[in-house]
Ligand binder design. Structure first.
Ligand code: NAP
Length: 262
């Protein structure tokens, strides 16, 4: 019996990508938006702070000459996500990639975490990713081409991270399962789905940069001998989204400097 073939449509000369949680000044999302724009992608950036997103979009267009759109969206708000993705579809070139980067952490031990905190973490990290991806996939299916990248975490793989406890790790593990399922279910539409699982990256997610003391502790578990940067993650995302990423689906790239090898 012949196996089914699902050829994706050709990659457009000017693809667009949507990056969530991109406004954070020293965050992974902003670095990813810059990396994609530098490589010739049109970029839509969404985050809670609409003003910061609009400013970032202007910066991307000015610096790299690509179309960009910045919108204030709470990704846990289903309708707001639908409205934003409709605008992105109408105003930017063909949407090819979505980077589910927006996320919140939860350092609270399991025995102390409240229902409210648990729900909020899942509302943003899991349900928000579901809402964004569902809208993006509808567009990808129209074009028979799409790339999904979930930003998970080493915390999901090793059972808690440097900061993240059960709510965070559970939500990030959900992203791994979702990406693998999308990889199976959506392949026939020319869509790939993968995850990136960063280790400790020096950002503001826990309310400030890593202290030198903290870095020294982390270094003891890092075979590459340095703490990760936002550009390390952005490079992996760009690879998975780009032309060369088309035969990777359902994989998790561990961008963790060897802190967790499995
Ligand atoms: P970050 O600097 O805090 O960036 C996350 C961004 O997401 C922030 O701008 C945040 O806005 C935004 N956001 C939060 N809730 C949102 C919502 N409901 N709707 C839209 N945007 C929302 O963190 P980061 O370190 O760059 O992390 C980016 C992603 O990588 C996260 O998913 C994180 O879990 C993951 N990650 C990070 C590390 C690390 O070591 N840094 C390791 C593994 C995985 P506000 O700042 O206004 O809340």
């Amino acid at each position: 019996m012949a196996l089914p073939a699902y050829p994706a449509s050709p990659f457009p000369d000017l693809p667009a990508a949507l990056v969530t949680g991109a406004a954070s000044p020293r965050g992974i999302g902003r670095a990813t938006a810059h990396r994609l724009a530098r490589e010739g992608w049109a970029v839509a950036v969404v985050d809670l702070d609409g003003g910061a997103c609009a400013e970032l979009a202007g910066e991307l267009t000015e610096r790299y000459g690509v179309p960009a759109l910045g919108l204030g969206v709470d990704i846990s708000d289903e309708q707001a996500v639908a409205d934003a993705v409709a605008r992105i579809d109408a105003e930017l070139p063909q949407l090819v990639g979505v980077v589910n980067n927006a996320g919140i952490s939860s350092p609270t031990p399991f025995t102390e975490v409240s229902t409210e905190e648990w729900r909020r973490v899942f509302d943003v990290n899991v349900h928000g990713t579901f809402f964004v991806t569902r809208e993006a996939v509808a567009i990808f299916r129209r074009h028979s081409l799409g790339r999904i990248v979930n930003i998970s975490s080493a915390s999901a793989e090793r059972g808690g991270g440097v900061y993240g406890r059960a709510a965070y790790s559970g939500s990030k593990a959900a992203l791994l399962g979702m990406a693998k399922t999308w990889a199976r279910e959506l392949g026939e539409y020319g869509i790939t789905a993968n995850s990136v699982a960063p280790g400790s990256i020096d950002t503001d997610i826990m309310g400030g940069r890593l202290t030198d003391e903290r870095k020294q502790v982390l270094l003891q578990e890092l075979p590459v001998g340095r703490v990760g940067t936002v550009d390390d993650v952005a490079g992996a995302v760009h690879y998975l989204l780009g032309r060369d990423g088309g035969y990777l689906t359902g994989v998790t790239l561990d961008v963790n400097g060897g802190s967790h090898i499995h």
